[in-house]
Design a protein around this ligand. Structure first.
Ligand SMILES: [Zn+2]
Length: 711
């Protein structure tokens, strides 16, 4: 569940080792490229119906050419540097590049193919070189610095001051104050990192798609819900198996239910290991060397910039500020979480033995016995809720919530162009009926789509040059309707819809002047707060009946089922917390290294997990070779962010609980101080403005049922 931070020409990473890349591409044919033409579409949405795969690369390169010219104009200005002719002018640069790259990044993530993937691999180092070239442009930096040094005398408003400070910081953090040799080395490092990161993601996709578990005996399906059995049968046919059989894959919607229901322990082991070994099979798609190299390069980069470790460098720009602050939060939650998980483990071990198995519980047994225990303890079958969570009902539930809180309404606009026929398009209107945003939703799993769920921005809100409204996308990997069975979601999947929709709200309700400070372009450890807070509402007994209606009968979800959902809410939280936090610790372990020597990911990971006394029945939610958040996403030294943000979301939701779930005054403050503000003020300042005090950790511990295990 990530928010995809799209490249912004100057704000995003990277460089290259090949200086020849800095040469301006010549003879770019732009005349008939739909990406570069004026988009004569309603609300200026991308003309997806006109774009061909091979339009992207020339358009992206043209974006670079244009931004270079724009920057040259700033640098060559005969006027002394001012806020307007330097900082605002710089903010305006790269509009074409951002416009094209936003579309390209979104399509590469959600509907890729060989041409798109090749383009991504080819363009990654070019963009990286371009971005770092800007931030290491000495003449440009001198002008930025000259404005920055006079900042207190310029009469700037708070948002202008923030833009100036953030711009200056971007240059310094990229190495603008360093000598030429160090700058050159930074260019090389960023370029290599960009390529490695793209390669990591492509290896992982290949490894995920390569595995299948073929099941021929229906007994091995156990109590797997019929809709998922049908899906597995479809998958088998799709893969050319001419038998009465079922195929399970490493996509979470396939592997997780199998691990929960299949009584075949050997099969559970096989698919679990298939998942856990991705990128670690010593084949062409192995990610170990990439991890080793990326960790070393990041440490070297941090050293060049004057930091002890990459984590110190990375966190200095976040709400958490230092590794010590991150560890303080992690350690505070870890101890009670591990105690809870051990208790859970003992209960599952007993169930394994009661099944007549004289063996220790293994990681691939956990979900299976957890589901049995859930049924026994709460008489609650997760799949009994699925008929009430048909995906459009859940989607509309998120819409209803946005309506009750902020008065927003959502109108289908399937006349607008889209990147895949499965996409649904909505126009979002504000409470006063004015146009607010366009929202694309893409629900179903495809091989062309990266795994997981995310939000991305096709156009950021801004007011610098006219009222630019946001265009955002939500992306999921749910099983599509199959035959007569509709797309029914589980409780967790429904939560995911609300989560990503929360990111979308953050982008859509943005109300700022500068696009680089807009919407979700906040520090990572703040950005998960507006998304996670939405999950709180969804599970409330007052909210569920608003949307959870049986897909066949229209019957509202029964009170008895809501009671079971509420009662089992804290069930298995030891596991969930430990699984997540182990990955957060692993991320921090890699990135707090102060040396640049090579690590062996296998032994390093083991040491890191031994250090926190992780129990052997649980593995980190992501192991090194498929930890795409930190090796091909933007979350290096930042996977802790979800927990950090959860402190905020749990405490913020208390503000509604203390008044009422749809309290209009609290919702108004939440929109005003959090959702509309983007990155125009530091996260803690925004939070305190909303809540009237700093956040406390108790609501998080209580929500997760960990309070009783705090010593
Ligand atoms: Zn998220």
């Amino acid at each position: 569940m990530v928010v995809l931070l799209t490249a912004t020409g100057c704000q995003q990473a990277s460089t290259t080792q090949q200086s020849s890349r800095n040469e301006e591409p010549s003879n770019v044919n732009t005349a008939d490229n739909p990406l570069l033409a004026n988009w004569a579409t309603p609300y200026g949405v991308p003309p997806f119906d006109l774009i061909e795969d091979d339009d992207y690369l020339p358009a992206l390169r043209q974006g670079i050419v244009e931004q270079k010219a724009e920057i040259k104009a700033i640098v060559n200005s005969p006027e002394p540097a001012s806020f307007e002719n330097t900082i605002e002018a710089f903010e305006r640069t790269g509009a074409t590049l951002e416009k094209v790259d936003n579309v390209f990044s979104a399509v590469n993530a959600a509907n890729s193919n060989d041409v798109i993937r090749a383009t991504a691999l080819e363009f990654a180092p070019e963009l990286a070189a371009h971005s770092i070239g800007i931030l290491l442009n000495q003449d440009l930096f001198e002008r930025v610095r000259s404005v920055y040094d006079r900042r207190d005398a310029l009469g700037l408003n708070p948002e202008q001051m923030r833009l100036l400070e953030e711009t200056y910081k971007d240059f310094v953090r990229a190495g603008a104050t360093l000598d030429d040799n160090s700058k050159q080395r930074l260019r090389e490092i960023k370029g290599e990192l960009a390529t490695l990161s793209e390669q990591f993601g492509q290896n992982l996709l290949a490894e995920t798609n390569a595995f299948e578990l073929l099941v021929t005996d229906p007994a091995d399906l156990g109590d797997l819900p019929a809709s998922l059995v049908a899906l597995a049968a479809d998958e088998a046919r799709k893969r050319g198996h001419e038998c009465d059989c079922w195929v399970f894959t490493l996509q979470r919607p396939s592997i997780n239910p199998f691990l929960e229901y299949s009584p075949n322990r050997e099969f559970r082991r096989r698919i679990f290991q298939g998942y856990a070994m991705r990128g670690n099979n010593d084949n062409d798609h192995d990610n170990k060397d990439i991890v080793t190299r990326m960790v070393a390069l990041r440490a070297e980069r941090a050293h060049l910039l004057g930091f002890k470790s990459y984590a110190e460098y990375s966190l200095s720009n976040q709400m958490a500020e230092t590794p010590e602050n991150v560890y303080q939060l992690l350690d505070e939650v870890w101890a009670p979480a591990l105690r809870t998980a051990r208790t859970e483990r003992d209960a599952l071990q007993a169930m394994l033995e009661a099944d007549g198995i004289d063996d220790r519980l293994e990681a691939w047994d956990w979900r299976y016995y957890t589901e049995k225990l859930r049924k026994a303890k709460y008489d609650f079958d997760q799949d009994a809720v699925r008929p009430y969570f048909e995906y459009t009902a859940v989607r509309d539930g998120a819409f209803v919530l946005a309506n009750k809180l902020f008065g927003l309404t959502f109108w289908p606009r399937n006349d607008l162009p889209k990147w895949h026929e499965d996409q649904q398009v909505f126009e979002v209107l504000d409470a006063d009926g004015s146009h607010l945003a366009i929202l694309y939703m893409d629900f179903f799993i495809r091989e062309s789509k990266s795994g997981g769920a995310w939000m991305s921005t096709l156009r950021s809100q801004s007011r610098l040059d006219g009222d630019i409204t946001p265009i955002v996308t939500n992306n999921f990997n749910f099983p599509p309707p199959s035959g007569d069975s509709p797309a029914l979601l589980g409780f967790r999947e429904a939560e995911t819809v609300f989560h990503e929709f929360g990111h979308a709200l953050h982008a859509m309700l943005s109300d700022v002047t500068y696009r680089s400070l807009s919407g979700t372009r906040t520090p990572r450890d703040f950005v998960e707060f507006p998304s996670q807070v939405m999950e709180n509402w969804m599970a409330e007994p007052e909210v569920l009946p608003l949307f959870a209606k049986h897909y066949e009968t229209g019957e509202v979800i029964p009170d008895e089922m809501i009671e079971k959902i509420t009662a089992s809410g804290q069930f298995n939280q030891g596991f969930k917390t430990v699984e997540y936090m182990a990955a957060a610790y692993l991320d921090m372990a890699y990135h707090t290294r102060t040396t640049t020597d090579d690590v062996d990911p296998r032994s390093f990971e083991k040491q890191a997990m031994d250090h926190i006394h992780l129990i052997r029945e649980i593995i980190p939610r992501y192991k090194s070779t498929y930890f795409s958040h930190i090796f091909s996403g933007g979350y290096s030294a930042g996977y802790y962010s979800y927990l950090w943000s959860e402190v905020l979301d749990a405490d913020a939701f208390q503000a509604f609980k203390e008044t009422s779930l749809f309290d209009q005054e609290t919702a108004r403050r939440y929109r005003k101080y959090i959702l509309s503000k983007g990155n125009t003020r530091p996260g803690m300042e925004l939070y305190e403005a909303f809540r009237g005090r700093p956040p406390t950790i108790e609501p998080l511990l209580r929500n997760r049922g960990l309070l009783e295990n705090v010593e």
